[in-house]
Design a protein around this ligand. Structure first.
Ligand code: KIV
Ligand code: ZN
Length: 521
């Protein structure tokens, strides 16, 4: 094993991941995710797109100031204004990086309407400008996998000569396949003068479900940086999933002798946090982080597992931060047991926070005989400390439902500390509850997503409800858990409304993504 086999992990959950429609994260949530990424040993964190909005700029700046280990990177299109703004945000980091890009394929060249020569000149100017500001510059030819090979070589050579030290090869539309991905990297490294002196990165989208395979193939061909997101979060079908590449090289070290600096035991916790704050639940059968990824533990393979876990396990649950034993908590469990269980699940907390959580845990344990790990995670998701979530609160809810329509809801909300009551009817109890909220807090937001998940098995299981709302292009997601699905729904709904209110105030009604890649030239 040599250092030549060390692969850098570049996480873009907060930039490319957050770009997926609806995946909005609050400022506090972005800082939390960045700190978890930093702690888990990710090498480079792409913290955002600073020119896109004041919010993005503030988040990148603060993440840059706070990062302890990781390089902090910001994205910039190929113009001086973007690059300057990016530098202003990342310069606070111990190790800053500017990532600048332009679409180089025939289709993408048409967007800024530049000839090949004009674009080559633009690349020279912008990479030089970025390099004058920052020692660490990454350059990407967007849609590289659909760019003519000769032109791709030409512009990469220009970027290297202008001072880029990382060349990223994006498969922007998820078009490539493993053999082709490897071949492209191999040829670029072999044929471009100066290629041996820079790091080649691979950035794959998952439109054909091949992102992880394409990334690993690129590494086998010489790429030494993988760009990825937690849970594969990202536009359309998403990006390469961090947990997949990291666990693949760890588990199949025999055929892929690469290493990363990621502490894999932190994977489960960050995966759950990203699912919560982005509002994108992880599908149960998702590799590594899905609820069923280790389900054989308690399923039909139990006998084989007891004889030898390797019969059915290619990696241990502990390796990704799942506890080996799912110690069940109940109403007799004490505060110390709760603290240690939560720490095991990745939640460290001070005495005051523990006090609140303990009260909520006892309430849950009274309603539910056995409290499983997943119940505690749902409880923690619900225990928001974000002041934005305090404006509207559900204090009381009673619904009348059944076969006899109409269903109705009687609700008391605390609005800025004052109780207000309303009764409304609806098409089902959830609709009635939402109508009652609207009667107290009128709004024009549109419901974009309403999702219910049972946290564990059994009819007394908690339901986790996710609600996504949109108004004037601004999106916000709320999530809540309760053994009563209608209560969880009403709580998630008001959380989404609270967040929408704060976002709209901050943005003055503008979407954070007002700046699009269409202006990439
Ligand atoms: O997919 C892509 O091309 C990108 C670039 C901005 C690197 O995300
Ligand atoms: Zn991308």
């Amino acid at each position: 094993m040599t250092d030549a086999n060390r692969v850098l992990i570049f996480d873009t959950t907060l930039r490319d991941g957050e770009q997926s429609p609806g995946a909005t994260m609050s400022h506090a949530e972005k800082l939390e995710i960045a700190s978890l990424l930093d702690e888990m040993g990710v090498d480079i964190i792409e913290a955002g797109f600073p020119i896109a909005s004041e919010g993005d700029f503030a988040a990148v700046s603060e993440i840059a100031r706070a990062a302890q280990n990781a390089t902090i990177c910001g994205l910039a299109r190929a113009n001086f204004k973007d690059i300057d703004r990016c530098w202003e945000a990342v310069k606070h980091a111990k190790s800053p990086r500017i990532h600048t890009f332009i679409g180089t394929s025939p289709l993408h060249r048409q967007i800024p309407n530049l000839t090949q020569d004009e674009m080559a000149e633009r690349i020279h100017e912008t990479v030089t400008h970025a390099r004058n500001l920052c020692d660490n510059v990454q350059w990407s030819p967007m849609d590289a996998t659909r760019t003519e090979f000769d032109y791709l070589c030409r512009v990469i050579e220009i970027a290297i000569k202008a001072g880029a030290s990382t060349i990223n090869i994006p498969d922007t539309v998820g078009y490539t396949a493993p053999r082709e991905s490897a071949e492209l990297i191999r040829r670029l490294i072999a044929e471009i003068p100066g290629a041996a002196d820079v790091v080649f990165a691979t950035h794959c989208h998952n439109d054909l479900g091949m992102a992880t395979a394409n990334s690993l193939a690129a590494v086998e061909a010489g790429a030494r940086q993988i760009e990825c997101t937690i849970n594969g979060l990202g536009e359309r079908a998403g990006n390469t999933a961090l947990e997949e590449v990291v666990m693949a090289v760890k588990t199949r070290h025999d055929i892929m002798p690469f290493t990363t600096g990621v502490d894999t035991t932190k994977i489960m916790h960050i995966s759950r946090r990203v699912a919560t704050v982005s509002g994108f639940a992880v599908q149960p059968n998702k590799a590594i982080v899905g609820k069923n990824a280790f389900a054989h533990e308690s399923g039909i393979h139990q006998d084989g597992m007891l004889k030898n876990p390797e019969n059915f396990e290619i990696m241990r649950p502990e390796d990704v931060g799942l506890s080996a034993t799912n110690l069940v908590m109940g109403k007799h469990s004490g505060r110390a047991a709760l603290r240690s269980k939560l720490a095991e699940l990745g939640y460290e907390m001070g005495d005051n926070q523990l006090k609140d959580v303990f009260v909520r845990f006892k309430e849950l344990a009274d309603r539910k005989k056995e409290v499983f790990d997943d119940d505690l995670v749902a409880l923690m998701r619900d225990a928001s400390t974000d002041p934005a979530d305090e404006y509207l609160k559900v204090k009381f809810l009673r619904v009348v439902c059944g076969t006899q329509a109409p269903q109705s809801a009687d609700i008391t909300l605390t609005v800025a500390g004052e109780d207000q009551q309303a009764t409304a009817q609806g098409d089902g109890p959830v609709d009635a509850a939402f109508n009652a909220v609207k009667a107290i807090y009128p709004h024009n937001a549109r419901l974009q997503l309403y999702q219910v998940h049972a946290v564990t098995e059994g009819t007394d299981a908690q339901a986790t409800v996710t609600v996504r709302m949109e108004e004037d292009g601004v999106l916000a997601t709320g999530e809540a858990a309760d053994t009563d699905t209608v209560v969880a729904s009403a709580k998630a709904y008001v959380t989404a409304l609270n967040r929408l209110r704060v976002r709209k105030e901050k943005l003055g009604g503008k979407d954070t993504r007002e700046v699009s890649y269409k202006d990439a030239g």
